[in-house]
Design a protein around this ligand. Structure first.
Ligand code: AMP
Length: 421
């Protein structure tokens, strides 16, 4: 019997490849490993610069983790992955191990074609490439990550898990913009939505928190990180989400404006003489919280509000006003809501944002327990009052676990389902 047959392949390497960065996690998807499925985590940043940095942390599970750091030039993604492989090998977790079942890749845009995790073939990669015009910042970096990993382990299944996939169940009424249909179709202009892996994970985890199956509950998920998006999930299927053709639409974000009258862009071009690239940069990088008050970190904004800073207060109020509008809109879209779930950096950590977002919505069945809301925890939990008709949940998102789980399920279909919640 060869080594591969003798050893169960239960590990998944998850790669999230950016234009100059490579984030990774190695997880063990064996049943029962859910309490500590992570074997190692790390990040390579500033790839292609003189000052590249690799930070690698092997996770022993007993809290005795020691972070290792390398600095110095890492020329490209191939060198970055090679360096990661060396670090993992040092921990006895080499990527040549027969225990590695698959490499799971976060791919931002899967268009309409990819509705589920997909084993990457040349044809799949060509389609991801065809989607570059609708995801010019993200898909090229994801493709580089995939090619690099393929070169390292050509024998291993590489699985793409798409940020857009969870939202492909949106009905046309939610997904289409009200513009000329021929123009829209010719250029693939429609609402795709993003953060889908997080919305999928958090909506299912919220159902589990309520002791129900995903098919039994309707959930509004608020993913509030530096990028932010809301989704309406009916019985486990996404029926609406706030991001659109690109991640610019929807909520007020750290540096993005979210919803805006499209005529603002014509105005900026015609009246302010700005170029399309200038406007792109303004709306994506210099707007949102940072544009409103100079800070995009909610901790800093809260601190400034405490000192009586008016601009920080206004930024917070605009952020919350938009959030509340989406809660109301998705309540109407769903008809019945069982839970509102907060996730990501702001959603998981900012009690003031959660309190302000649901304040005044008691008539909709939303009431927080002020004490539960301020308790800090890494666990998924309910923070609503005992009598509230609609649960309010705080659910730490775990996109890497979700990617690993989806990739593992795809490549080992006969294996019993991986670690449960
Ligand atoms: P993410 O994109 O999910 O990593 O979220 C990043 C954002 O989360 C930061 O820009 C902060 O605004 C926010 N954040 C992180 N920790 C806290 C905290 N303890 N309180 C409030 N906001 C936080």
């Amino acid at each position: 019997m060869n080594a591969r047959a003798a050893t169960a392949a239960t590990r998944v390497l998850v790669l999230n490849s950016g234009s100059s960065s490579l984030k990774y996690q190695l997880l063990d998807m064996r049943e029962g490993a859910r309490n500590s499925p992570r074997l190692a985590v790390g990040l390579v940043e500033r790839i292609g610069e003189e000052t590249s940095r690799l930070v690698h942390t092997p996770l022993t599970g007993d809290g005795s983790e020691v972070k290792r750091e390398r600095t110095g030039p890492i020329a490209d993604h191939a060198s970055a992955l090679k360096a990661v492989a060396e670090e993992l090998a040092q921990d006895g977790l080499g990527l040549d191990s027969p225990e590695l079942a698959a490499i799971g890749h976060r791919v931002v845009h899967g268009g309409l074609r990819f509705t589920a995790p997909t084993v990457i073939t040349d044809e799949v990669l060509a389609e991801v490439e065809r989607l570059v015009p609708v995801a010019p910042l993200h898909n090229p970096a994801n493709i580089t990550g995939i090619r690099t990993a393929q070169a390292l382990r050509p024998d291993l299944p590489q699985v793409a898990v798409f940020d857009t996939a969870f939202h492909t169940t949106m009905p046309e009424s939610a997904a289409r913009y009200a513009i000329d249909v021929e123009t829209a179709d010719a250029h693939r202009i429609r609402r795709y939505g993003f953060h889908g892996t997080s919305h999928a994970y958090v909506s299912r985890k919220t159902a589990a928190l309520l002791g129900k199956a995903p098919s039994e509950v309707n959930v509004i998920v608020l993913h509030l990180g530096n990028g932010a998006s809301a989704s309406a999930v009916a019985g486990g299927r996404c029926v609406d989400t706030s991001m659109g053709l690109t991640p610019l639409e929807g909520l007020v974000m750290g540096t993005r404006s979210g919803d805006i009258d499209p005529a603002v862009t014509f105005h900026l071009k015609r009246v302010a003489g700005m170029s399309v690239d200038d406007i792109d940069e303004l709306l994506n990088k210099k707007s949102g919280l940072v544009g409103l008050c100079g800070d995009n970190d909610m901790r800093e904004i809260a601190r400034r509000i405490g000192e009586g800073d008016e601009r920080a207060r206004l930024a917070f109020d605009i952020y919350v006003h938009r959030l509340k509008k989406y809660i109301g809109a998705y309540y109407a879209v769903l008809g019945r809501v069982d839970a509102v779930a907060f996730t990501a950096g702001v959603g998981e950590n900012s009690a003031p944002v959660r309190a302000a977002a649901v304040a005044g919505l008691e008539e909709l069945g939303l009431t927080l327990d002020p004490e539960l809301n301020t308790v800090r925890s890494d666990e998924a939990r309910l923070v609503s009052a005992a009598h509230a008709r609609v649960a309010v949940a705080v659910v730490p998102t775990d996109e890497e676990w979700e990617i690993a789980q989806q990739a593992f399920a795809l490549v080992t279909p006969t294996t019993p389902p991986g670690p449960a919640f």
